[in-house]
Design a protein around this ligand. Structure first.
Ligand code: SAM
Length: 298
């Protein structure tokens, strides 16, 4: 596919390059903020599953850089984690690691020096297989791993934003989140294509129940919700949970429609390179394996 055809098909992809964002996902977080004002008063933030880094750029531009410009001697701390390496971003501490591992959770916590975070965001996505049930399950597991980190770093009253796939078991996730946050919303930013099952939970006023901090506390809480979901078979109760999670479409259409193709003006169109090429793309691994004669071997 030529550069211009992707620019034509995806107005947010094109706009991201024009405005210096590493990925079009930046607009999703910006549009969530327009609706929920998630950055207000944030001093410490965590970006889970952050590569290539457009959400971290948003955090840097919204929190860190304005504080530095105003001469604030202790600007907000932003910690970003991903399996993949990321090119540096001003004001963002970067960790390479797996958010499902305890070691990574401890590393994140260590950067806050005992001060809790006000905001945790997670745009994590596993490699999608196309098998919807499996993809939804793996996505939910990633979110539960993010919740362990949330429980360790988020201050009571804090906010958690995370990507979900709205599949058939999404009500279970809602009921698990509702046990930790009295306010849970589902947001669908206009920059997220309607054709995609992706949406974002915006969870506010973190209110950890007693016993959560103890060993296995979170797992017990989540398993309790799961047992009720699986065993009750009470669809009425599940519908009540689903109804208690308001759905909000956010962002206006001033930039454009993510599902539309726009013609490019041949007079004025200038192709732009991506803001940040991948630091460790899979094709590089494949090439080095091919050179070493290892391709196809286990
Ligand atoms: N928010 C990012 C941005 O704006 O640039 C895009 C995130 S991308 C959609 C999903 C990321 O999740 C990938 O970079 C992937 O490496 C990361 N990821 C998936 N599973 C992970 C895990 N277990 N631990 C850490 N990162 C993970």
């Amino acid at each position: 596919m030529g550069k211009s055809s992707k620019d034509k098909r995806d107005i947010f992809y094109r706009k991201a390059k024009e405005e210096g964002w590493r990925a079009r996902s930046a607009y999703k977080l910006l549009q969530i903020d327009e609706a929920f004002n998630i950055f207000s008063g944030v001093q410490h933030a965590v970006d889970l599953c952050a590569a290539p880094g457009s959400w971290s750029q948003v955090l840097s531009r919204k929190l860190y850089l304005p504080a530095v410009r105003m001469g604030n001697p202790s600007p907000p701390t932003i910690v970003a984690v991903d399996l993949q390496p990321m090119a540096p971003i001003e004001g963002v501490i970067q960790l390479q690691g797996d958010i499902t591992s305890e070691v990574t959770a401890k590393q994140v916590i260590s950067h806050f020096h005992g001060r809790p975070a006000d905001l945790v965001v997670c745009d994590g996505a596993p490699d999608v297989t196309g098998l919807h049930d499996l993809d939804e399950y793996v996505q939910a597991q990633l979110l539960l791993a993010a919740l362990s980190i949330v429980c360790a770093v988020l201050r009571p009253g804090g906010t958690f934003v995370a990507k979900i796939f709205r599949g058939k078991d999404v009500v279970l996730l809602y009921s698990q989140l509702k046990m930790l946050f009295p306010e849970v919303y589902v947001a669908k930013p206009k920059s997220s294509r309607n054709s995609s099952v992706e949406a974002f939970v915006v969870c506010r006023r973190f209110d950890p129940p007693a016993g959560l901090a103890g060993p296995g506390g979170l797992q017990a809480l989540l398993a309790g919700a799961q047992d009720r979901y699986l065993n009750d078979g009470d669809r009425e109760a599940q519908l009540l949970v689903a109804r208690a999670v308001p759905f909000l479409s956010c962002g206006d259409l001033s930039i454009g429609d993510a599902d539309r193709t726009y013609d490019l003006d041949p007079e004025t169109y200038v192709p732009l390179e991506p803001v940040q090429p991948p630091t460790a793309p899979n094709y590089k691994t494949a090439i080095s394996m091919a050179k070493a004669g290892q391709q196809g071997r286990s």
